[in-house]
Design a binder for this molecule. Sequence first.
Ligand code: NAG
Length: 231
Amino acid sequence: MGFGIFFPLFCCAFILFFSSELSPVNSSIPGKFDGFIYGNNPAREDSIIVEAFMDPICSDSRDSWEPLKLAFEHYSPSIFLMVHPFPLPYHDNAYVASRALHIANQLNSSSTFPLLELFFKYQGNYYNTPTEDLSRSSIVSDIAILAANAVGDNSLSAFKNGFQDPNTDTMTRTSFKYGCSRGVSGAPYFFVNGFLLPDAGSALSYTQWTAIIQPLLSQQIAADHLLASDL
Ligand SMILES: *[C@@H]1O[C@H](CO)[C@@H](O)[C@H](O)[C@H]1NC(C)=O
């Protein structure tokens, strides 16, 4: 009797094991690291690396953006900032908006952050309640018009075509999956030098950012002194 149950189970486990061996397990690795790099600071060995997972249709993400930008400007060029779109499933238009960021980035990479800021500015138009009676295609058209303001003149039809391009869908899925792989389940989530900051899901003030970054830079200076005294 025991064998009767075990044998089929064993077969299943066996097949699962070998099929996972044979399948291209790495096929979901994107050709390019997910995210949009803010500003022109290069990533150096001693950069303070800030990763922000943001939903363009989330009010806490919106509220966190200005203080983060101020901190970025204050600590440049020591800071390397990367923003990952993370569309929350309970924000109905977050996926379309995140896809729009990928399309904008492809059409004119300088327009990605201006478009993110347009989303933050007009976010209220894309919340669930004001859009509940709108069709998906009318929301996409509306977003394409908004985006054309950032991407440049005559970009409207290119932008609409971007929504037909399966690659922009893949890139947006990759953003979502990448966030999941880092344990992101809300927005905004911030990682500094790879470590998740507490109070994930809430906006941080400029003062909170300086309280996080300043000690890290001081640590680096102290470490440099230690090295210098060894030499
Ligand atoms: C690209 O986007 C930037 C930011 O919105 C804008 O200033 C610039 O004119 C755009 N480039 C073109 C070629 O339209």
